[in-house]
Design a binder for this molecule. Structure first.
Ligand code: 13P
Ligand code: SF4
Length: 377
């Protein structure tokens, strides 16, 4: 079995995948918002067609307003693939910028303004752990064809591993299709790292009876024999922003507003998704609110910046956060500070590239195979 590049578990498990972190120079720390906006726009004008700025739906207003394209992770990967600008500045988190680097041509440069924007869930499936799990599960089910599927919210080494083992990548907007494809290729799926998206997808496909969980941190929670009997094995990873939502938040919002409609992201727990009216990617959430009639109430179960954008973009709709003040922002997304954006753009104008994301060639080639499989499904 080809193995992922592994590491010593004590020393190499880390939140930040890139150690070439460059911190913001002092001169950029206290910029006034109006001045910053003018400087960003001036740098954009100077760079012209050489630059494209992509912004995930969870980015702050001050980033989203400068982005050439705002969307969910799937849409941003398509935009990155189609971009022909020399510089792709990514308002998002590390795994998204890695994916953009993999998908763009070799002569394009992907910049993540702050290298601290690392999604904790992506860090929950480390190469060493995945290698160990794969060895145990395949040993327990020697005759099974297990197809690994990695959520887009994962690092490039995991995507590469999936490609090597005949699997693919999926996002929250195409998980159903990718699971169906996987069951045409083999007879079991190992899904990593988000157990909630995996469980919600299994339910949509009517396969909820045949799920097992694999907790890489718990020696008691890993029973390879039991797992080998299930059709779907879910890695025990999760997003803390989405795990916060509970079923009683849905009940409370329905009590507060008679006509409340509830839409949540599929990274939410199963009971929350079941209680909601709609579950879907951040793009689905945006489209649903955009299509709502004036005066309708929509309670949003996802990261708070997106809820705030929807309130600004659609003042005719009553957009409310599903758990009120308790709704969280994503700490990783928040690291993309507009001061950092100003700095990286002005450095590009001066001919200097800062905080470049570059996936190692062999890993990028394989990860690309897994992402291309997704784009073709
Ligand atoms: P989307 O793919 O729906 O944009 O979600 C990305 C994400 O990070 C959700 O937490
Ligand atoms: Fe990661 Fe959750 Fe943030 Fe999405 S919202 S980037 S899954 S931590």
């Amino acid at each position: 079995m080809p193995e992922m590049e592994t590491a010593d578990i004590e020393t190499d498990l880390s939140l930040f995948k890139y150690d070439n972190l460059e911190q913001l120079p002092d001169a950029y720390r206290e910029l006034d918002e109006a001045e910053r906006r003018d400087r960003i726009e001036a740098a954009k004008e100077e760079l012209g067609d050489d630059l494209v700025i992509l912004g995930h739906n969870y980015q702050r207003r001050e980033i989203v307003e400068h982005a050439d394209f705002v969307g969910d992770s799937y849409q941003l990967s398509v935009e990155a693939a189609e971009a022909d600008a020399e510089y792709v500045v990514f308002g998002g988190v590390t795994f998204m910028a890695e994916s953009a680097d993999i998908i763009t041509d070799d002569d394009q440069t992907v910049i993540l303004p702050s290298m601290e924007a690392s999604c904790p869930m992506a860090g929950m499936a480390e190469a060493l752990q995945v290698d160990a799990a794969w060895a145990e599960i395949t040993r327990a089910a020697p005759d099974a064809d297990i197809v690994p599927i990695s959520y887009m919210n994962s690092y490039a080494d995991l995507k590469a591993f999936c490609a090597e083992q005949g699997g693919a990548v999926c996002t929250s907007s195409n998980a159903d299709d990718v699971f169906e494809w996987a069951f045409e290729q083999g007879d079991k799926v190992l899904f990593l790292p988000d157990k909630h998206l995996g469980e919600n997808t299994a339910h949509r496909l009517g396969m909820e009876e045949s799920i097992a969980e694999w907790d890489p941190w718990d020696p008691e929670g890993k029973d390879a024999e039991e797992v080998a009997e299930s059709d779907i094995v879910l890695w025990d990873g999760y997003c803390q922003v989405h795990e916060r939502f509970r079923e009683d938040h849905v009940e409370q919002v329905r009590e507060e507003y008679d006509d409340a409609n509830v839409i949540v992201h599929p990274e939410c727990r199963r009971d929350v998704v079941e209680a909601a009216d709609v579950a879907g990617s951040t793009a689905t959430i945006c489209e649903t609110v955009a299509e709502a009639d004036s005066g309708e109430t929509w309670a949003i179960g996802t990261e708070i910046h997106l809820t705030n954008h929807l309130q600004r973009w659609h003042p005719e709709v009553n957009v409310v956060p599903l758990c009120g003040e308790a709704c969280m922002d994503c700490n990783a997304m928040r690291q993309i500070d507009p001061n950092y954006l100003t700095w990286v753009l002005e450095e590009l104008v001066a001919g200097r590239e800062r905080n470049v994301i570059e996936v190692a060639a062999q890993e990028a080639e394989l990860a690309d195979v897994a992402m291309e499989r997704m784009l073709e499904i």
